[in-house]
Write a protein of this length. Sequence first.
Length: 103
Amino acid sequence: MNSQRYLCSHLVNLRVGPKEFTVILEEIWLNGAELESEEAVEQGARAEIRCEGAFFAGRITKAEQHEFGWRLTMEFSPLTPWRPEEFRPAHLLVVKTETNESP
């Protein structure tokens, strides 16, 4: 299984309950993502990402406040994994590891 992480910079819509706002997708991998948000999101909250026809459902597993907002980690549902052939974020950069695989 490809657990490779990829750095990126892409605006996406994040929905948490009835609220929807724009966040920055900073990192993505098969079953999750790192996001930067100006809005606070509770750890454990169910969330959805939508962008350019892509859809990911899951849960916020980590929410850390910092000087400029919030760093969120989202774990995708097994039903909505990331597939690079279906959605390729802007500025996608492979992080070098021992076992690199192409996106």
